[in-house]
Design a protein around this ligand. Structure first.
Ligand code: SF4
Length: 339
């Protein structure tokens, strides 16, 4: 096959969006960009294929057409309309989130990232997908399909614990004029053409810009997950409190436990010899250093604003900690900070 010139970024964006405009599946949530419908569809499509989610979506939004209706629904009614999708905790979280929105006076999903990210069931991926599609915000949504496409496009290894370098590449490639369509187009490409075992590069709109295709080694990317040898990592957790005992927690900043609330955490360059506690996550042993910082109420509030856009931060009272999705690592770290 004759080689074709590589694509520059504007060409790559144009090619993929033009393909998406023609080839996108007519899924029911694509009929409009109503934020409530976009939200429901994104939650349904987590861990469920779009074709399976589509009929369930239509039943669900017919029964609960808006935030007010979902917030007022009985839990059993919501769960019964979730049947076939699995992962029922997602449905419970949706209903709780609708109730939070209703109680705060919202009739649909707002465009404020700090409000949306504080809702139950919303992680960094959902936040970016919903706000880019429904509200046109320039946030890159990186799911498994997107990781595969980006890995092949630039012959990248697997993303690290912070999602790098895929998150950064996704933000570089993002089409600022059509961020929601761009995110959906990358996901659609991963689902339809750039599939795990049989990529159809001959039909791919970005094949001239794809490094793996140029090297004819598409199936080498992303590389298979390495054998799970025991790995030791160093982590620093910072317990940030005010004088009343309220504590700052975040979700999404520490990729190994990205769905759970933790104190601000950072991976250390090397595992420390001197540490406060150990914590096991599958094959990984974390050596954890726990630091404590006491702030004024005002300075604690300021910490809410200093997180990266994909990190959700919230301040909790001590008695609220029993009701949130938390890692046992949080329990151990709190115990350590009191000793
Ligand atoms: S050219 Fe092939 S490997 Fe590259 S993005 Fe397209 S389908 Fe995937």
């Amino acid at each position: 096959m004759a080689s074709r010139p590589a694509l520059n970024l504007p060409q790559l964006q144009r090619n993929l969006l033009a393909w998406y405009d023609v080839e996108q599946r007519p899924l029911p949530w694509r009929a409009n960009r109503d934020p409530y419908r976009v939200w429901i569809s994104e939650v349904m499509c987590q861990q469920t294929r779009a074709e399976v989610a589509a009929p369930a979506f239509e039943r669900f939004v017919a029964a609960f057409p808006d935030v007010t209706a979902l917030a007022a629904a009985e839990e059993d009614a919501v769960l019964s309309l979730w049947s076939g999708l699995g992962y029922y905790s997602r449905a419970r979280a949706l209903r709780r989130a609708a109730q939070q929105l209703r109680d705060a006076g919202y009739r649909t999903l707002p465009d404020d990232p700090s409000i949306v990210s504080a809702l139950p069931g919303i992680g960094p991926y959902s936040l970016a997908a919903i706000l880019s599609i429904a509200h046109g915000q320039a946030l890159a949504a990186v799911d498994g399909n997107v990781v595969r496409v980006l890995s092949r496009l630039r012959r990248l290894g697997r993303p690290d614990a912070r999602g790098r370098p895929h998150r950064e590449l996704a933000m570089q490639l993002l089409d600022r004029d059509r961020p929601g369509d761009w995110n959906q187009a990358l996901m659609e490409l991963g689902a339809r053409l750039c599939t795990p075992r049989a990529p159809r590069c001959v039909a791919c709109p970005i094949s001239p810009g794809c490094d793996a295709h140029a090297a004819r080694d598409e199936l080498s990317f992303p590389p298979p997950k390495p054998r799970r040898q025991k790995e030791t990592l160093g982590v620093e957790l910072e317990i940030v409190r005010d004088q009343t005992g309220r504590i700052l927690l975040e979700r999404g900043g520490f990729a190994l436990l990205s769905h759970l609330w933790l104190p601000p955490a950072r991976l250390l360059d090397t595992p420390p010899e001197d540490f406060d506690l150990k914590h096991q996550i599958l094959h990984r042993e974390l050596r954890v250093v726990v630091k404590t910082r006491l702030l004024s109420e005002r300075d604690l509030l300021r910490q809410l604003e200093s997180a990266a856009p994909y990190v959700e931060r919230q301040i909790f009272k001590e008695e609220e900690l029993a009701t949130i999705g938390r890692s046992s690592l949080l329990t151990k770290a709190l115990q350590q900070s009191r000793d």
